[in-house]
Design a protein around this ligand. Structure first.
Ligand code: DSN
Length: 390
């Protein structure tokens, strides 16, 4: 590179990434091929519109790239092209969720989503996000004892509030979501059901976590977490008389975005092909086994793991009440000094603040990509324990 300053920073970041244990559950390591597509000449091209209906000339190859990405996305999740549509243009998860609301919920309408402190995402209608300013969030949480979703309470709330759309699928929730129950609740109150599978998309692709496709109307996902692709997102929608797919396409472009990032779309296509390889199934299963090994060892060492374990790739640890009064911020900093990267996180029933919460969120996707197995995760849990108890 001619730009030595940036070259140096990239190489320092590479060294940093190699030198640490990465337990951030929403991060992963992309393959060389994904990075190659991302850094390709496709980035020079404007392609506003959709394949074969663009606003600029010169689309011979960009159309093929986007068609291929869409084809691979449907195939990976075993969806019939006549029944499901996919939009691969959202720049990331937040704009993808915003596009869905814009397409389906009247301005000021009700979106029922999990609160931030219980594991929901900002774009599930939290007040600080635009999604909570333009629409009204009907917040639900987890049961205070079991720390999992209480479907009976959820149904009562949904029947009372009659939201236009219900969102499930979270950023800090380690258990299996019962999509069938969510479908019944959505039907009982006449709401659309949207699943945000950003965190567990790779686990669904690898058949290690239940698929939301039989139950949801709309599914959003980022592509860079367990799916191990580039930063980006996709929106899947059912094709039927409601024309959700057409409304969503219009909301993405021209509603919210201009030119799609074609290099990103090519990199998504590469990642989708990689995820269809049988080895990816092994990866997805190992991700869960590794998270469970981490959670079990931490609990054996006396740490309070939210909900008493995990069914997925992430582990939420209460370091405050369950860890001799170490805040999440302090725990994150101490672990980083010890070479372990994680993020502070709120926990159900949070008594502190999102800036200095009561817990940390750990995850296994990145380290599993690096080949770690259960025995390695046990060692990592012991190191975490040693660092935090010092
Ligand atoms: N920032 C992502 C996460 O870490 O879960 C969600 O957008």
């Amino acid at each position: 590179m001619k730009d030595k300053e940036i070259e140096k920073l990239i190489s320092q970041e590479k060294k940093r990434q190699r030198g640490v244990v990465n337990l951030i559950p929403s991060e992963n390591y992309e393959s060389e091929d994904v990075l190659k597509a991302l850094g390709s000449v496709l980035d020079n091209k404007y392609a506003e519109g959709y394949p074969h209906k663009r606003y600029y000339g010169g689309q011979t190859y960009t159309d093929k790239v986007e068609d291929l990405a869409r084809e691979r996305a449907l195939k990976l999740f075993k969806l019939a092209p006549k029944k499901w549509s996919v939009n691969v243009q959202p720049l990331s998860g937040s704009p993808a969720n915003l596009a869905v609301y814009l397409a389906t919920v009247p301005l000021g309408g009700k979106i029922m989503g999990m609160s931030l402190t219980n594991g929901g995402h900002l774009t599930h209608g939290q007040k600080v996000s635009m999604t909570g300013k333009v629409w009204q969030q009907i917040a639900y949480g987890v049961d205070s004892k079991s720390e999992v979703v209480n479907y009976i309470e959820l149904e009562k709330l949904a029947r009372k509030e009659k939201p236009a759309l219900i969102v499930c699928g979270y950023t800090a929730y380690s258990r299996i979501v019962d999509f069938k129950k969510f479908r019944k609740i959505a039907d009982a109150c006449g709401a659309l059901l949207m699943v945000d599978m950003s965190h567990f998309a790779g686990l669904v692709a690898g058949e290690a976590y239940p698929s939301p496709f039989p139950y949801a109307d709309i599914i959003t996902t980022t592509t860079h977490k367990t799916l191990r692709g580039p930063r980006g997102a996709m929106i899947f929608s059912k094709i039927d008389s409601r024309e959700l797919n057409k409304k969503i396409d219009k909301a993405v472009f021209p509603g919210l975005q201009g030119g799609p990032h074609m290099s990103q779309i090519a990199a998504i296509a590469v990642a989708l092909k990689e995820a269809s390889n049988p080895n990816f199934k092994k990866y997805a299963k190992q991700v869960i086994k590794n998270a469970q090994a981490l959670a079990n060892e931490l609990m054996r060492l006396g740490w309070k793991v939210v909900s008493g374990g995990t069914d997925s790739h992430l582990v939420l640890v209460d370091t405050w009440m369950g860890g001799a009064g170490i805040s999440g911020t302090e725990a994150e900093a101490r672990l980083e000094r010890g070479g372990i990267i994680c993020n502070k996180n709120t926990i159900p029933g949070e008594t502190r603040s999102p800036f200095d919460p009561s817990g940390i969120r750990l995850g296994s996707p990145a380290e599993t990509t690096r080949g770690k197995k259960e025995k390695d995760m046990i060692k990592i849990a012991r190191k975490i324990d040693a660092i935090l108890r010092k």
